[in-house]
Design a protein around this ligand. Sequence first.
Ligand SMILES: C[S@@+](CC[C@H](N)C(=O)[O-])C[C@H]1O[C@@H](n2cnc3c(N)ncnc32)[C@H](O)[C@@H]1O
Length: 263
Amino acid sequence: MVAWMTPGTVENPVDFGFRTVSMANKPRLVRALFDDVAARYDLMNDLMSVGVHRLWKAAMIDWLAPRAPARFLDVAGGTGDVAFRILERLSAAGPNAADDAAVTLVDASEAMLGTGRDRALDAGIARGLDWVRGDAEDLPIDDGSIDYYTIAFGIRNVARIDRTLEEAFRVLKPGGRFLCLEFSHVLLPALGIAYDAYSFRVLPALGEIVTGNREAYRYLAESIRRFPDQRTFAAMIGDAGLAQIKVRNLSGGIAALHSAWRI
Ligand SMILES: C[S@@+](CC[C@H](N)C(=O)[O-])C[C@H]1O[C@@H](n2cnc3c(N)ncnc32)[C@H](O)[C@@H]1O
């Protein structure tokens, strides 16, 4: 069966970049894409953002201000960048400060999880981090059990953003924190023109050289354009029941942080 078709021929159509696929098919397509690029994913992140994704993730952890004892859930956690940073930040408070933290990383791609586990071994991170294969739309996590829910560059890839946000609400404890880092909409038109040229010309070519998968990085550029703008996404977070929503733009809106709480 063809993976994508024109709207109208697809049951429950959703975006897959600029294409339309059935809601049932999207998770498989996304998983296959990340399985394929997993081994070169981190290198490609550094190259395509010239390291800037590290600054965005640092800004995320600064705003999260994690404290233990607590239970952390990093959804679509991939190769572990955010989870490692949470543990690192906790450890900075003292030699045993991370001992009371339980960090669970959930991701749909076994290959991304495998690359992440190898990174953890290389970095000597043996404790405090649980790697779980699972779906952001149907988390294998108990109701009201999480103090901090994070998701970085993950929610753009799910089939149903609203369902993913409802799951975030479900698993958070009352008083728990939601923090999402995602590509967003640039605020300056001049920046937008340069960014478009970079995204649609340079990125797929670089993706092909580094990962051998041009389509994956074309999908990246397209999926960013399809993702709701800052204000719309904030409203969706509110619709899921989360409160005190705040937005911080990063690099002129190329990325944004959305913070909220379960009250
Ligand atoms: C762009 S990567 C982000 C990885 C990591 N959070 C980071 O910032 O480097 C997106 C990740 O989302 C995962 N993903 C996509 N759809 C998912 C879903 N429905 N449930 C869980 N993980 C998903 C992919 O497997 C991939 O590892």
